[in-house]
Every structure is written in structure tokens, then in C-alpha cells.
Design a protein around this ligand. Structure first.
Ligand code: AMP
Ligand code: ZN
Length: 307
């Protein structure tokens, strides 16, 4: 690539052109059907990420829903209530359910018959892995590594190609000693630029914070930046001037260790870290960089993605 270091390349294809060529609208902002050409890139990314996986990693694939109790206990409800999607279903027994349907059929409201279920939509892929690991007992000396993935939901409707409500996330997660958790995160942070470059993507790493809810939340976000707990791989999707976070590199310190009682053999609370690949954003970044027709992408990029 002919890019000066740290100079991000302007997209070759506009977000509108990518949406038009590769996505099928569903009538809901941020929720799309995806074409075969787009999914071939998504599959190529999955294979490339498989190759980068630590041989010690245990693979777990989670469904797009998680237990509501798990999300409450994890602190997600407190930190990101504005993003959470909850599964509701008609309740109150057959008579009440039938009445709700009748109201609908006669043009009235039916959603007032909904009751919250014990499920929420998965907001990130890694949440269920911490209690899973805790159930197995003490964390071994070298720590544990997981490769997790799920379809994720965040209630942030938008018409932007890079801000979906329903999107896919792949993560590598480390659970173990504090320094090892930071090393794991930092190793991936250092590798990510090469990963992007192997796909012909220009990128940079920025310090980042999560979108915590409310005024108190803004303070937590500032603390996160001060403590260097989160970084993101920024890649142009809509423009080089406002690049998009396509991966994140996160240290949670002892948050999940405390929450789930993750301890090492000697009783110390484990630290955790995760590296998240925003699969749909990476795919969008590829189409933005190389154009909507993947048959015409550079040979090296096609080879890296097995296209
Ligand atoms: P986070 O847990 O916020 O660090 O998210 C991990 C990765 O998921 C981000 O770096 C993005 O690549 C991706 N992601 C987060 N939110 C969205 C969204 N609304 N639409 C598409 N991808 C997203
Ligand atoms: Zn995570």
C-alpha cells in the first residue's frame, strides 16, 4: 500500500454504495439482510482469525440471547441500560394472550400484554464465558484463553453502515494473573495494525472508552481512558477523517473476577482481558477500502480471505 505511516486512506466506495450493493433493507435502521458476496468476506475473516488464534484457546460459540440474570449481575444493566435489548413475550395465560391478539386484529395495541422474559439479547460475545470458567474451579497458573463469538444487539438505531443494531462479534478472552491479562491485551493491540495491513486496510490505534450511561457514566469513561483500559483499532469506513472502531482491546482488571469469583490456585482474584473483532465493521471497512466488487480486490487481500 502507498500510505504514509499513520495516514488513513480515503474509502474507495461510499457507505451508500456498499449498502446498496451488499445489504438488504428490512425496514428497521441498523438491521440488514446480507448478500452472498458480503458473507464470503465474513467467512474469510473468520478463517483468518482462526489462524491467529492461540493454540491453547478453547472455542465456545454462544447464541444471540443470554440470561437476564447474567447481564444484571455482570453490571451491564447499570453501565449500559440504554443499549440493552430485552426479550419479551405475551404472558398472563391463554386468555390474556388471546385477548392481546384480538386487540391487534381489531387495530388496537397488543404490546401492552408483553412481559419481560428471563432472556436479553447478547450485547457482547464475552459475557457468558466468565461464569462458565468460574464453574470449573480455580484458574490454572498460565491462565485460560477462550475464542468466543455471537450475534450481538445494541439498541443504537442508525442509518450508518458502521452502526448496526444487530451485528457479529468475535473475541479472544484471557482469564488469569493481572500482568498476563495486560500482556495478552497489549500483544493483540500491537498485532492489530499488521492484521489490518494484511487486509490492505490503513489503521491506527486510539485510546477509547465505553459509552457508559448518564453523567456518572461519563466519569467512568474518563477513568477508563486515564487508566488506559481500552483501545480501539480505527479504520476508515465512512471517511478517513472519522474512522470507525473495528476492533477493541480491553482490560477489565478484576471486575469479572470479583463478580464471578474467578480465583487462581492461591486464592487471588483473577483479572480478565478481551480482544474484540467487530466482524461487520471489518467487512464494511474492506468493501470501503477496496470497492463493492470483491472480485476486483487486490490479489493479496483476496488470498488472505480465501476468496
Ligand atoms: P465494544 O465491546 O464496544 O468494544 O465492541 C467491540 C467491537 O464490536 C467494536 O470495536 C466494533 O467493531 C463492534 N461494534 C460495536 N458496536 C457496534 C455497532 N453498533 N455496529 C457494528 N459493530 C459494532
Ligand atoms: Zn469482551
Amino acid at each position: 500500500m502507498n500510505l504514509a505511516p499513520n495516514r488513513l486512506g480515503q474509502p474507495a466506495a461510499s457507505a451508500e454504495a456498499i449498502l446498496e450493493a451488499l445489504f438488504h433493507p428490512t425496514g428497521v435502521d441498523g438491521v440488514y439482510g446480507r448478500s452472498g458476496a458480503y458473507e464470503a468476506v465474513v467467512e474469510g475473516l473468520a478463517t483468518l482469525i482462526n489462524r491467529a488464534r492461540d493454540p491453547r484457546a478453547e472455542i465456545v460459540r454462544f447464541p444471540p440471547v443470554v440470561s437476564r440474570a447474567l447481564i444484571e449481575k455482570s453490571g451491564y444493566l447499570k453501565s449500559f441500560p440504554h443499549l440493552l435489548g430485552c426479550v419479551c413475550a405475551l404472558g398472563g395465560g391463554d386468555a390474556a394472550i388471546g385477548a392481546a391478539v384480538e386487540r391487534f386484529e381489531t387495530g388496537g395495541p397488543w404490546t401492552d400484554g408483553l412481559e419481560a422474559s428471563d432472556l436479553v439479547l447478547a450485547p457482547a460475545a464475552c459475557y457468558p464465558v466468565y461464569p462458565l470458567a468460574a464453574r470449573r474451579g480455580p484458574i490454572p497458573r498460565d491462565g485460560l484463553i477462550f475464542d468466543v463469538a455471537s450475534d450481538c444487539f445494541r439498541r443504537e438505531p442508525s442509518r450508518d453502515l458502521d452502526r448496526l443494531q444487530s451485528f457479529r462479534m468475535r473475541e479472544f478472552v484471557f482469564i488469569g494473573a493481572p500482568e498476563a491479562a495486560t500482556d495478552f491485551r497489549d500483544t493483540w493491540k500491537a498485532r492489530a495494525g499488521d492484521f489490518a495491513a494484511s487486509l490492505g486496510l490503513s489503521s491506527r490505534i486510539d485510546p477509547a472508552s465505553d459509552p457508559f450511561f448518564g453523567r456518572g457514566g461519563a466519569m467512568v469513561g474518563r477513568f477508563q481512558v486515564e487508566q488506559a483500559l481500552k483501545f480501539e483499532l480505527m479504520v476508515p469506513v465512512r471517511s478517513a477523517e472519522t474512522p470507525t472502531a473495528c476492533m477493541s482491546f480491553n482490560c477489565h482488571r478484576d471486575h469479572f473476577g470479583q463478580t464471578w469469583g474467578l480465583t487462581s490456585d492461591d486464592g487471588a482474584t483473577a483479572h480478565t482481558a478481551c480482544v474484540a473483532f467487530g466482524i461487520d465493521r471489518l467487512a464494511a471497512a474492506l468493501f470501503a477500502a477496496h470497492g463493492v466488487d470483491s472480485d476486483r480486490w487486490p490479489t493479496s487481500v483476496r488470498a488472505a480471505l480465501n476468496l
